[in-house]
Design a protein around this ligand. Structure first.
Ligand SMILES: *Cc1c(COP(=O)(O)O)cnc(C)c1O
Length: 230
């Protein structure tokens, strides 16, 4: 498992360097979300033993098997995949975070189906920042229509925004999309008097650009685990 150790050390170095290059403080909180979809529980536990606690999953059945099998109750599970409305109950009851809230119906159902007396479910609103036709997410204008309702849903803590921009190796374009997401959060905070504090943006190939533009959670799969297994 020394591969795991090498990758983990390397990612943490990339985060530190990106922070210092962008003038952000080394103490600035970046949460490394280890995207463990299509990787075994064994690999998750190898990272857990190195101190990793936040894990992200995209496929509900696969995730539930892992959550129910893992003996570690202090893992913080994040759901980051596409959400079918008939799956919201299982998601609300098994995850502490949901990054992929991409339509109003999903927000309503997650709030209604959160377990009683639990702490509110942390959510990010997914924004279709590159305005791709086939991509899910609220458009930047549409989100204004629903924001008031979403922030008043009783069992949700609206923590911020998430985006999966159109993949590109052009650093200028990467940064542009991430910058737009940050601007949108700043505007929404002002308009609705909120304190959203989370920008979930940046993956294996563009995490430096995301950190430069203010990411607080980066979602890293391949660079931590290698190619997905199944
Ligand atoms: C799979 C996935 C990731 C991780 O992507 P890598 O390129 O493997 O780092 C991040 N975010 C979302 C939403 C994903 O589905």
């Amino acid at each position: 498992m020394s591969n795991t150790l090498n990758r983990f050390v390397h990612i943490n170095q990339r985060i530190e360097q990106a922070l210092s290059h962008s003038g952000r403080s080394a103490d600035d909180a970046i949460t490394l979300l280890a995207v463990s979809k299509r990787h075994s529980l064994e690999k998750i536990h190898a990272l857990y033993e190195l101190g990793q606690r936040h894990f992200g999953e995209s496929y509900l059945q696969e995730a539930l098997t892992k959550i129910n099998t893992s003996p570690y109750s202090d893992i913080i599970w994040h759901f980051i995949g596409p959400i079918q409305s008939n799956k919201t109950k299982d998601i609300a009851q098994n995850f502490q975070w949901v990054h992929s809230v991409d339509r109003i119906k999903i927000a309503r159902r997650l709030s209604a189906q959160s377990p009683d007396h639990s702490s509110p479910l942390n959510i990010c609103l997914q924004i279709n920042i590159s305005q791709e036709v086939q991509k899910s997410g609220f458009s930047s204008s549409e989100i204004y229509t629903f924001m008031e309702e979403i922030i008043n849903l009783p069992n949700l803590a609206v923590r911020g925004l998430m985006a999966i921009p159109e993949p590109t190796n052009n650093v200028t374009l990467q940064k542009k999309a991430f910058h737009q997401l940050k601007e949108l959060m700043t505007q929404l905070n002002k308009e609705f008097k909120l304190n959203m504090d989370t920008l979930s943006m940046g993956m294996s190939n563009d995490l430096e650009s995301a950190i430069a533009e203010g990411a607080t959670i980066i979602r890293v799969g391949t660079a931590l685990f290698g190619a997905r297994e199944y």
